[in-house]
Design a binder for this molecule. Sequence first.
Ligand code: SAM
Length: 241
Amino acid sequence: MIPKNLKRARSFLKRALRKAPRKGGLPDGMQFYRPGRRSELNAGFQTYYRENADKISKGEVPARYLKIAKLVPGERVLEIGSADGTQSLVLARSKSLVCGVELMPMQFEEACELRKKWIKNGEVVERCEFRNEDVLTSTIDLDGFDTVLMSRVLYHFRDSADAMLEKIAQSKVNNIVLVGCPIRERKWREHGVSGDDMGKYAYLASQEGMESVLHEHDFHIVSSFSSEKGDDPIVVASRSL
Ligand SMILES: C[S@@+](CC[C@H](N)C(=O)[O-])C[C@H]1O[C@@H](n2cnc3c(N)ncnc32)[C@H](O)[C@@H]1O
């Protein structure tokens, strides 16, 4: 029989290992995510998706997705970090082409399943495709899009955020829509670099941080929404080429 405290030590070790970030051998970004229950690395689904998954599978989406969709200009949209796929699918209802790129296999699979369900329900979203790729190393042709959307994503790139924006600036993309995070923004405002586990990158989750990096890459701000009421800060920027 295994003594009780040995059992406890074992389960403690298991839990600690599950929580430990893995180093080396992972594509950019993945090392920031922890293994989930089935040991796959994932960032977890956002609360607004998890809590509404049943309704979303029937095409009934929370207001945030509709609000963001209304603000996205252009006809051909690339959503970077498309996760469960809801936002890309909502966009596909009105756009001529939508591509959602997602690093995590679990999120990517969820998005593909959701797409199938929506099509089965009669939604015309065939023009939405999903790709399971790391956008930082992907060979995806940005010139094929008018608009890039990154919702709660830019700060996850940490020191590659600027390179990502530069890659977009070098392409024919005319519009960028950035959605930040009100919680990270508040922590950054209240405590600076020590407030959030993103450190200095939490600035990129704030309205002014998003506006500032977009200016740096020669996009002008078309509209900008604060997180005052607890909503996600959103910045829409454009340029004419
Ligand atoms: C916080 S979630 C936001 C999900 C969704 N856009 C939303 O607003 O609810 C960030 C997503 O970006 C994805 N991501 C992070 N780095 C990425 C990369 N290098 N390439 C593609 N996707 C990435 C993550 O896997 C995750 O699904």
